[in-house]
Design a protein around this ligand. Structure first.
Ligand code: GLC
Length: 575
């Protein structure tokens, strides 16, 4: 009943294969390293660049094409490095510039590309520019690099408008003038320690182009661009009825809520056209990846028009509930939007900002999930989440385009769902008045060795966030060579993805007696047939299929096998 030549089966081609010889990023599998939590060589409990370099072999054996490093620059770490004080220097926590060079050299030897994170929406309040802005008078060139405004009301004691920080609380903070009297306010869409830059100012634009060149000259293959949809603000700075906490302005369009004045402004695209030119002046297909939480697929696709960035994270896929019709729509629309601008789609299930897919998919309400989980919150069904996450990974790796793996995803690592409040460090935790648990649960240091201190994360056993004792079972060395382990499943999936060229492949939906309405997703990519069972029970597999990869054990005898619920298979037609 699943195969194309069964009488009542329809196939609908929705995406054609790329022509051969395209750029590497069109089909790359990119692995996100979160430096604090990957591997600690120094023993202080915080991961570092030499630790990453020493473990790069793991990534090449896993079979990824590229690594994206979250920020390792000089930073007071108020938002885990997304508050940058010097864009051209490595924070001593993580190492030195020489360590960064050594990492790049080792990656090159292993054939891995390296993307680094660029944080252009805001700097740290310890950046030399912000330090110079504070004592400078209103209207000075030093203040013009940021968004300073007079307050409203008597004595300017009220914030310039009602915008809220993404992390909770107001988005404006008042500063004192040189003589100590209360002065202007500055905008920070995130933490108070992350003042927003003024992208209307040509000096800011020129500085970031110089920063791009600094890292391109050192040999990076490109950048993941943080909050790419936030740089340009509507210059009216009017009150807004929506919740800026919703980073995509998700409630824009609701009754009485106009478009978000701080997100996805048309002017932002000029910046990326200029950056495109900068990258194009270098050899080697360097790439820009947008973190743009846009409202629609079409809005997301505007960031990857041919003269802008090269990829954008497809967050719609990440946020889609675990349901066959919803996933089918998301995949179809994501591919159509990217095809309309000639860009590849990306597929992503986890990152350092969301509850890990293994836990998210075990919650009663799937989709984007809560902002963190604590011991007093409803706990995910671990077994269900793990089963679904394995199926979701096989779905993701079989789709044409580029796919992202968040560190630990290959180990099937769950979220830490019971971190005590006193160890949490995400500013969203305290800024929301402790109503949001925040993102620490997906940032816990990785387990490498079941029997070593801190599971091999650090030589001393130190770990900046505590690792659950159950993580011994998830350690890399407990999974290597173990048939059916998450690590071996990922490795095999990536090997077959390469062998069948699925990343540059095609996608045709196969619908018949069974289809998305019955909880079954079936498609072909080149000669591989992919089936994912999102229904509540097993579904018989037709004869004539040669299963080459399965996310879980199939039921029944060979030839009369059934695909259990929350399981995915890749198959080819028997000769
Ligand atoms: C992005 C990052 C997130 C950070 C925020 C502010 O969303 O992924 O971790 O907190 O930007 O820089």
């Amino acid at each position: 009943m699943l195969i194309e030549d069964t009488p009542d089966v329809r196939t609908t081609l929705i995406h054609r294969a790329d022509s051969p010889g395209g750029q590497w990023w069109r089909s790359a599998v990119i692995y996100q390293v979160y430096p604090r939590s990957f591997a600690d060589s120094g023993g202080d409990g915080i991961g570092d660049l030499p630790g990453i370099t020493a473990r790069l072999g793991h990534l090449s054996r896993l079979g990824v094409d590229a690594v994206w490093l979250s920020p390792f620059y000089t930073s007071p770490q108020h938002d885990a490095g997304y508050d940058v004080a010097d864009y051209r220097q490595v924070d001593p926590l993580f190492g030195t510039l020489e360590d960064a060079d050594a990492l790049l050299a080792r990656a090159r030897t292993l054939g891995l590309r390296v993307l680094v994170d660029l944080v252009p929406n805001h700097t740290s309040d310890e950046h030399a520019w912000f330090r110079a802005a504070l004592p400078a008078p209103a209207g000075s060139p030093e203040r013009a690099r940021y968004i300073f405004r007079d307050g409203r009301g008597p004595d300017g004691a009220e914030a310039p408008n009602n915008w809220r920080s993404v992390f909770g609380g107001p988005a404006w903070t008042r500063v004192a003038d040189a003589d100590g009297t209360p002065g202007q306010w500055y905008l920070h869409l995130f933490d108070v320690h992350q003042p927003d830059l003024n992208w209307e100012n040509e000096e800011v634009r020129a500085e970031f182009e110089a920063i791009l060149r600094f890292w391109l000259d050192r040999g990076v293959d490109g950048f993941r661009v943080d909050v790419a949809h936030g740089l340009v603000k509507d210059q009216g700075f009017e009150d807004w009825a929506g919740h800026a906490e919703m980073i995509a302005g998700d409630d824009a369009g609701e009754e009485g809520v106009g478009p978000a004045p701080m997100w996805d402004q048309p002017g932002v695209h000029d910046i990326y056209r200029r950056w495109h030119e900068v990258l194009a002046s270098y050899d080697g297909d360097r790439a820009l990846v947008a973190e743009a939480w846009a409202d629609t697929d079409e809005a997301m696709a505007r960031y990857i028009r041919p003269d802008e960035m090269h990829q954008a994270f497809n967050f719609d896929f990440l946020c889609t509930e675990w349901s066959a019709p919803a996933l089918k729509d998301s995949i179809t629309e994501g591919l159509a939007a990217c095809d309309s601008v000639g860009a590849p789609t990306t597929w992503v299930l986890s990152n350092h900002d969301v509850v890990r897919a293994t836990s998210r998919l075990g919650l009663p309400a799937t989709g984007k999930g809560p902002n963190g989980i604590g011991a007093d919150d409803p706990q995910p069904d671990a077994e269900l989440g793990a089963r679904r996450a394995r199926a979701a990974a096989l779905l993701m790796f079989a789709l044409p385009g580029s796919a992202y793996i968040y560190q630990g995803e290959e180990l099937g690592l769950p979220e830490h769902t019971a971190l005590p409040g006193d160890v949490r460090q995400d500013p969203a935790f305290w800024r929301s008045g402790y109503t949001e648990k925040g993102r620490d649960g997906c940032r816990v240091p990785l387990p490498w060795e079941a029997d070593a201190p801190a599971f091999g994360f650090s030589p001393t056993g130190a770990s900046w966030l505590p690792q659950p004792t159950a993580w011994a079972g998830f350690a890399l060395d407990a999974q290597k060579g173990v048939a059916g382990s998450s690590y071996e499943l990922f490795r095999k999936a990536l090997r077959l993805r390469r062998e069948f060229d699925l990343g540059t492949g095609s996608l045709a939906w196969v619908d018949g007696t069974w289809g998305p309405e019955q909880g079954l997703l079936v498609f072909t990519n080149r000669q591989v047939i992919v089936a994912v069972n999102l229904s509540d029970g097993p579904i018989p597999l037709p004869d004539g299929l040669d299963v080459i990869l399965a996310s879980g054990e199939l039921r029944g005898e060979l030839g009369h096998q059934a695909l259990p619920a929350d399981t995915a298979v890749w198959a080819v037609l028997e000769d």
